[in-house]
Write a protein that binds this ligand. Structure first.
Ligand code: CA2
Length: 154
């Protein structure tokens, strides 16, 4: 059986991970995060499509393209978290389980980072656990996309 595909989407400036502000975002690069996700996904019997873009429109298009292709979406919307109704609308329209990930605890940071439009479309949110949050999101996603055991049906 082909493993369920999980899109792992990353928003603006996350390509800088590991190169700037390590006191906030840690030392892992985005390539390290992709490797962590690939390894975790393999252990869980999932496949991933891992991407990063600085463009809001491109992120919206990628979410739309998940329809009929992916079983779930893990997204770190970065700077678009607090601004993008377009991204929220795309996530609502695609009708897939969504897990929002933030490397930092956005609630301990500046007030303007606290509100997330994306959370309105998210099944769950992970924040403040560093890049390990991506692995935890994949673990949770494995449960969300697992086919139901017929023995559990009432
Ligand atoms: O904590 C997170 O994952 C954030 O989504 C990261 C965003 C920030 O705007 C959110 O409030 C919280 C920033 C991504 C920029 O990433 C950088 C990484 C290294 C160096 C500079 C920026």
């Amino acid at each position: 059986m082909t493993p369920p595909l999980i899109a792992v989407l990353n928003g603006p400036n996350l390509n800088l991970l590991g190169t700037r502000e390590p006191e906030k975002y840690g030392h892992a690069t985005l390539d390290d995060v992709e490797a962590l996700c690939a390894e975790t996904a393999e252990d869980l019997g999932l496949a991933i499509d891992f991407r990063q873009t600085n463009g809001e429109g491109e992120l919206v298009t990628w979410v739309q393209e998940c329809r009929g292709r992916a079983a779930g979406i893990i997204i770190n919307p970065a700077g678009y978290t607090t601004t993008s109704i377009a991204l929220l609308d795309a996530l609502l329209a695609v009708g897939l389980p969504v897990i929002e990930v933030h490397i930092t605890n956005i609630h301990r940071r500046e007030e303007f980072r606290h509100h997330s439009y994306v959370s309105k479309a998210a099944t769950g949110v992970i924040a403040g656990l560093g890049v390990q949050g991506y692995a935890l999101a994949l673990q949770a996603m494995a449960g969300l996309v697992a086919p139901e055991d017929p023995d559990d049906a009432e």
